[in-house]
Write a protein that binds this ligand. Structure first.
Ligand code: 5AD
Ligand code: SF4
Length: 471
C-alpha cells in the first residue's frame, strides 16, 4: 500500500473541469492499489464525457473508493456516506456511488439506506457508465461480480494525484493467499497477472511524460506470472513465461533514469532470482516491504502465513547479503486470536532482531467471512491489544530512530519530488531505500521535480533524513 493500507483518505487533484460537462468527485481510502484504481475509474468516466472536480459542492456524481481491511476503515466511510447524504438533500439529482472493497463486501446492503445509488466492486469499473445511467433513471446501479481476467490492462490511468515524478502501475489483481485474518481475497478475488507488454508500454509512456519513478503494485508481486505470447514480444514469437523478476528486469531496462519500486512482497515467495535482479540494476530501488505480521510461529500458522520465523529471518539475511543497504519495512498485527504474552514477545524480539526502517502496525480487527472469524474467537481483550500495539509502536520508533541516524554521514542519490511539506523553502525527495530526505534548495541553479541530486546526510529524525546538496 507508504506501502499498503494506511486507511487514509486521498482526494485526487482534479483536472480543470470544462464548461457544461457533468462533474465527478472521487475520494480514495486504503491502499495504493485503490489510488491506482481511482485513476482507472477517472479514465473510464472521462472517456464517457465526465469531468473530474476536486470540489464536492459542484459534483454531480460523488464516488468513494473504499477499504474493508479493518472495521475502523469501514466506520469512517459510513460517516462519509452520511455527509454525502446531506449533499443529496440539498441537490437530490446528485448521485452517490460506493466502489471498491466495501462495495464488494456489503453489496446491496449499501443500497438499503437510500443514501447510495451506485455500488461497483473492484472488477466492475468498466460498467460504471451503464450503472450511472441506470441510477439516473431512478434504479440502483449495482455490479459486484468478480472476474478471473479483468486487469484493466488497456486503460491508461488518469494521473492526477501524484507530483508528476512517481506513479503507480498495477501489475496484477486479487490474491490467492487466503491469510486467515484477511478480507482481501473475498473483496478482490482471485489472483491474475497483467500482460507484460502493456505494463512496459505504460512505464515507457510515463517516462516519456517526465515521470522518473514507477511502483509496480500487486497484493503479492512475487507470484506475478504470465504465460503467453506478449503483444510486443522482444523475443521471437511463441509462448513464454514471465515471472516477477523477469518483469522487474524489463521495466528497469527502459532507462537508467527511471527508478523502479514494487510492493508488496510475500516472505515465502521472494526469490533469490529477484534479489539478484535487484542487485544488478542500480535503478531498482533498494527497498523491500516484507510484511511479517507476527514473530510467533504459533501465530503465523494460525494466520495461515506460509512461512515461519526462521524462514523469514533467513530471507532477511538473503536480502542483506545480496542487496546491501536495502531498506526493509513491514506490517505487524497485534492481538490476533489467542495471542499470548509469549507470542507478543516473539514479535518484539523479531522486530528487535530485524531492525526495520519503518512499519505499519495494527490491532487485529475481525472481518466477517474470513477463516479467522469463522473458526477462532477474537479473544484478546481490546485493552490488551492496545497495550501490545503501543509496545510494538514504541519499539519501532526506537528502531526507526537508530536506522535513520545510521545514515548520517552517508551520501544518497535523491529523486527530487518538490518543496518539502513544511513549506520552509526546502526541497524533499526519497533516497533509493525509501527514506524521505529534506534539504535546502541550491543557492545557484534550479532543481526541478524529477531531477536527481547527491545529498550528504547531516541529521535525522525517526522518519526523515536532513541533508545538504553535495558540491
Ligand atoms: N486486522 C488488522 N490488520 C489487518 N491487516 C490485514 N487484515 C487485517 C485485519 N483483519 C493488515 C496486515 C496487512 C496490511 C495491509 O493490513 O498487516 O499486511
Ligand atoms: Fe486495498 Fe481493499 Fe485491502 Fe483496503 S481492503 S487495503 S482497499 S485491497
Amino acid at each position: 500500500m507508504q506501502l499498503d493500507c494506511q486507511n487514509k483518505m486521498n482526494s485526487l487533484k482534479p483536472i480543470p473541469a470544462g464548461n457544461g460537462a457533468l462533474k465527478v468527485y472521487i475520494e480514495t481510502y486504503g491502499c495504493q492499489m485503490n489510488v491506482n484504481d481511482s485513476e482507472v475509474v477517472l479514465s473510464i468516466l472521462q472517456k464517457n464525457g465526465w469531468r473530474h472536480t476536486g470540489n464536492l459542492e459542484e459534483a454531480d456524481l460523488i464516488l468513494a473508493n473504499t477499504c474493508s481491511i479493518r472495521d475502523n476503515a469501514e466506520q469512517r466511510i459510513r460517516g462519509r456516506i452520511e455527509q454525502f447524504a446531506l449533499r443529496k438533500k440539498k441537490r437530490p439529482d446528485v448521485l452517490v456511488g460506493i466502489l471498491g472493497c466495501m462495495a464488494e463486501r456489503l453489496k446491496e446492503k449499501l443500497l438499503e439506506s437510500g443514501k447510495v445509488d451506485i455500488v461497483a466492486g473492484p472488477d466492475s469499473y468498466r460498467r460504471l457508465p451503464e450503472l450511472i445511467a441506470c441510477a439516473r433513471d431512478g434504479h440502483p446501479g449495482i455490479d459486484t461480480l468478480l472476474s478471473r481476467e479483468e486487469t484493466y490492462a488497456d486503460i491508461s490511468p488518469v494521473r492526477t494525484d501524484r507530483n508528476g515524478v512517481s506513479a503507480f502501475i498495477s501489475i496484477m489483481r486479487g490474491c490467492n493467499k487466503v491469510c486467515s485474518y484477511c478480507v482481501v481475497p473475498y473483496t478482490r478475488g482471485a489472483e491474475r497477472s497483467r500482460e507484460p507488454g502493456s505494463i512496459i508500454r505504460e512505464a515507457c509512456e510515463l517516462f516519456r511524460n517526465g515521470y522518473r519513478e514507477v511502483t509496480l503494485l500487486g497484493q503479492n508481486v512475487d507470484s506475478y506470472r504470465w504465460t503467453g505470447t506478449p503483444e510486443e514480444a522482444d523475443s521471437p514469437a511463441g509462448a513464454e513465461t514471465v515471472d516477477f523478476a523477469d518483469l522487474l528486469e524489463r521495466v528497469a531496462a527502459i532507462d537508467p533514469l527511471l527508478r523502479v519500486r514494487f510492493s508488496t512482497s510475500y516472505p515465502s515467495d521472494i526469490s533469490d532470482k529477484l534479489l539478484r535482479v535487484m542487485a544488478a540494476h542500480e535503478n531498482i530501488c533498494r527497498h523491500i516491504h516484507l510484511p511479517v505480521q507476527s514473530g510467533s510461529d504459533r501465530m503465523l500458522e494460525k494466520m495461515r502465513r506460509k512461512y515461519d520465523r526462521a524462514w523469514y529471518l533467513e530471507r532477511i539475511r538473503a536480502i542483506r547479503d545480496t542487496v546491501p543497504g536495502c531498506g526493509i519495512t513491514t506490517d505487524v498485527i497485534a492481538g490476533f486470536c489467542s495471542e499470548t504474552e509469549e507470542d507478543h514477545r516473539d514479535t518484539l524480539s523479531l522486530m528487535e532482531e530485524v531492525g526495520y526502517d519503518s512499519a505499519f502496525m495494527f490491532q487485529y480487527s475481525e472481518r466477517p467471512g474470513t477463516l479467522a472469524a469463522r473458526q477462532y474467537p477474537d479473544d484478546v481483550p481490546p485493552e490488551v491489544k492496545t497495550r501490545r500495539l503501543n509496545e510494538i509502536i514504541a519499539l519501532q520508533m526506537k528502531k526507526s530512530e537508530e536506522r535513520y541516524a545510521a545514515m548520517v554521514g552517508s551520501v544518497q542519490t535523491v529523486l527530487v519530488e518538490g518543496p518539502s511539506k513544511k513549506g520552509d523553502g526546502q526541497l524533499c525527495g526519497r533516497a533509493s531505500n525509501y527514506m524521505m530526505c529534506v534539504f535546502a534548495a541550491p543557492a545557484s541553479g534550479v532543481l526541478r521535480p524529477g531531477d536527481y541530486v547527491r545529498v550528504r546526510v547531516v541529521g535525522s529524525t525517526p522518519a526523515t533524513l536532513m541533508g545538504e546538496i553535495c558540491r
